[in-house]
Design a protein around this ligand. Structure first.
Ligand code: ADP
Length: 672
């Protein structure tokens, strides 16, 4: 019997594991990096050990430190979560050596499935179909180019040690192969310390359908049905659901059968997922072809959708399996009920190629959970999303009797959720949920690219209305300050507070920046009330107030109409966040001295969007470039990102060298 589990992970999955352990009466130990010492998962664990600095290599990936923490706290088992050490065979072995139970499969199974080429070879032997391609040992670029020609284009280059979409390249024609191979290798070497690749035929209308399997020590293997994870960006999942839309009984039988066969072939124990790529040209039919892609020998991020449709707790199953107990249910006792769907909330910018974002969560609010809505959140108010870890913040999972009702509910909860201080994909996810083709189940893994442009959201109101709301919020925050000026013995005295104007009531000149535009407002608050009148560049704009007792309602009288506006307004220092429908707009109050300093960066300036490392410098000083020419390849938040020319011109001031660390906002070059 396991009595105490150390969780070798962080964020939402650490919280998730701790909650199940609690219900089973098992004590928990959190290990944290210094950056995470106040994180939610550290707060809810029974014990916390800080193991090292923020970089994962010195904390969550440091096997010795984690084992030392387990020994110190007397933990008899370690749950690795997903990512970090979850699929590290050496870690599983090291746990075993210390007599600590690793909650997951044996080291051999991890190793067998750890490399994509080896896994494919094993699966071929077990009679599981694999994607046609080359997964041999020869890594000579000339040989690979010849192999690519044989396979035919388009094709995929994949790092054999790959995961999370890294070290992967889609190559559309022979001319692009050499460059793509170089990129895939570099990314693979960087991320996995292994630059070997395999080649695969690219399926044109692929769906990603995976099967959850579970094995016990006695060699029993069951499946818990399939999940469809076709909605992806950058080859990474953002929406997952179970069951797969349009799945037929016959195809399900074949897919789950192949998955169970695959797991049995490697004597698999504990939770695992067999990922298939399905050729869904004409939707799913009994005859639809599917191929083994890889096996994930751990709990998946998207396991909650399976839990919602089966009513089971997969972490509980994992703990029982690790204790050597038989699987709680037989195959025919596992039932599929209704439909579940998960959206992954990421700190990223959907408007800029989903670039990961870092920063402080100044505000967040989610609807209350119930039987049909589950929130898995790893972050609390005031927490930092740092560049050191994956930018996934939370998962929202809903259930419905039908696919449609599950999606409708998901859209509702996404639109009712609020996050400010950091850009997220909330509104983007809500837009996907509202897309006709998505609702119709017409999905492939390039759904997001195919419908690019359909998911953009617009601000809920015209800019000047947004600015007035921000201004009212700003004034509302300072009511007390103003009141003390009014309450002064002589309110008309120039010495009794700010805003004094000769022969005038109190008024303030306020400047705000919204969507890169500066707005100059004159505000005349009506003494003793929350009402103020605003003039924009001297012209009357509106009179209004923020409703008492209804913080998120603003009443505004414009020259030609009256409007009652419902929007969440949150201030944080000089930033005012206006949140509605999952979308957060930021209006910044500009201090007079800032305004004097003028605009900081010229439009042709290229600066680093976040802290990172320069991988390759493609441009030269003096070079003439056209808009969108690739200039610098950098790595930030473990992802490659290419900085491109914002306009035609000549490169100047380029000093960055490959290998250099750069900080956020650091100016790298100019296009003049
Ligand atoms: P990783 O292990 O890095 O996550 P996978 O091999 O699981 O990479 O592939 C990730 C995604 O890339 C898949 O879900 C699918 O969308 C796409 N993909 C992978 N292989 C192919 C292929 N042969 N043809 C078409 N799409 C593919």
């Amino acid at each position: 019997m396991i009595k105490k589990i150390l969780i070798a992970n962080r964020g939402e999955i650490a919280c998730r594991i701790i909650l199940t352990a609690k219900t089973m009466g098992i004590k928990t130990v959190a290990v944290t990096s210094f950056a995470d010492r106040y994180a939610t998962f550290a707060m809810i664990a029974d014990q916390v050990i800080q193991i090292g600095p923020a970089p994962a290599a010195e904390s969550y990936l440091d096997i010795d430190k984690i084992l030392a923490a387990a020994i110190e706290t007397g933990a008899d088992a370690i749950h690795p979560g997903y990512g970090f050490l979850a699929e590290n065979a050496a870690f599983a072995e090291a746990c075993q050596k210390q007599g600590i139970i690793f909650i997951g499969p044996g080291a051999k199974a991890i190793r067998d499935m750890g490399l994509k080429d080896r896994a494919k070879t094993l699966m071929e032997k077990a009679g599981v179909p694999v994607v046609p391609g080359y997964h041999g040992a020869n890594q000579d670029p000339k040989f690979l180019a010849a192999a690519a020609k044989k396979i035919g284009y388009p094709l995929m280059i994949k790092a054999v040690a790959g995961g999370g979409g890294k070290g992967m390249r889609l190559v559309k024609k022979a001319g692009e192969f050499a460059e793509a191979l170089k990129g895939a290798r570099r990314e693979a070497a960087n991320s996995f310390g292994n630059d070997r690749v395999l080649l695969e035929k690219y399926l044109e209308t692929p769906r990603h359908i995976e099967v959850q399997v579970f094995g016990d020590a006695a060699g029993n293997v069951v499946h818990l049905f399939e999940r469809d994870c076709s909605i992806q960006r950058r080859h990474q999942k953002i929406i997952e659901e179970a069951p797969a839309p349009g799945m037929t009984d016959v195809l399900r039988e074949r897919l789950t059968g192949a998955a169970v066969r695959a797991a049995k072939a490697i004597h698999y124990e504990n939770a695992g997922t067999i990922e298939f790529i399905v050729d869904a040209a004409g939707g799913l039919t009994d005859q639809t072809r599917f191929y083994f892609m890889e096996m994930n020998t751990r709990l998946q991020v998207e396991h909650p959708v399976t839990e919602m449709v089966t009513g089971l707790d997969l972490v509980e199953w994992q703990i029982l399996a690790a204790e050597g107990k038989p699987l709680p249910l037989k195959q025919k006792e596992i039932k599929l009920d209704g439909h579940a769907i998960e959206a992954r909330l990421y700190a990223e910018d959907p408007d800029h190629d989903f670039l990961p974002q870092s920063g402080t969560i100044c505000w967040q609010s989610f609807p209350d959970e119930d039987d049909a809505f589950r929130l898995e959140n790893g972050y609390g108010l005031g927490d930092q999303v740092t560049v050191h870890y994956d930018p996934m913040m939370a998962k929202l999972i809903t259930w419905g009797e039908t696919r449609k009702s599950a999606i409708v509910r998901l859209k509702q909860v996404l639109e009712a959720s609020e996050v400010a201080g950091i850009k997220t994909n909330l509104a983007f996810l809500a837009a996907v949920c509202g897309h006709r083709e998505f609702l119709g189940g017409n999905i492939t893994t390039h759904f997001i690219e195919d419908h690019d442009g359909d998911f953009a959201t617009a601000p809920p109101y015209p800019p000047e209305v947004m600015v007035v709301i921000a201004a009212l919020t700003y004034l509302d925050d300072r009511r007390e300050e103003r009141q003390s000026a009014y309450d002064a013995p002589d309110p008309w005295s120039p010495f009794s507070g700010e805003g004094w104007r000769m022969n005038h009531d109190y008024c303030e000149n306020l400047s705000f920046v919204y969507l890169d535009q500066v707005y100059h407002l004159r505000a005349e608050p009506l003494r003793g009330t929350g009402v103020a009148t605003f003039y924009l560049d001297g012209d009357y704009l509106a009179t209004g107030h923020r409703q008492y007792g209804h913080e998120n309602t603003f009443e505004l009288q414009f020259a030609d109409r009256r409007e009652s506006i419902a929007i969440s307004a949150i201030s944080h220092l000089d930033r005012i966040f206006l949140i509605r429908g999952g979308r957060t707009d930021e209006v910044r109050h500009l201090l007079p001295e800032e305004e004097m300093a003028g605009e900081a960066t010229a439009p042709g300036t290229i600066s680093s969007p976040m802290p990172g490392r320069i991988l390759e410098v493609l441009a030269k000083n003096g070079q003439n470039v056209t808009k969108d020419t690739a200039l610098i390849v950098m790595e930030a938040m473990k992802m490659e990102y290419t900085l491109r020319a914002p306009r035609d011109g000549q490169v100047e001031g380029l000093e960055a060298k490959a290998g250099a660390q750069v900080s956020e906002g650091q100016i790298l070059l100019e296009i003049v």
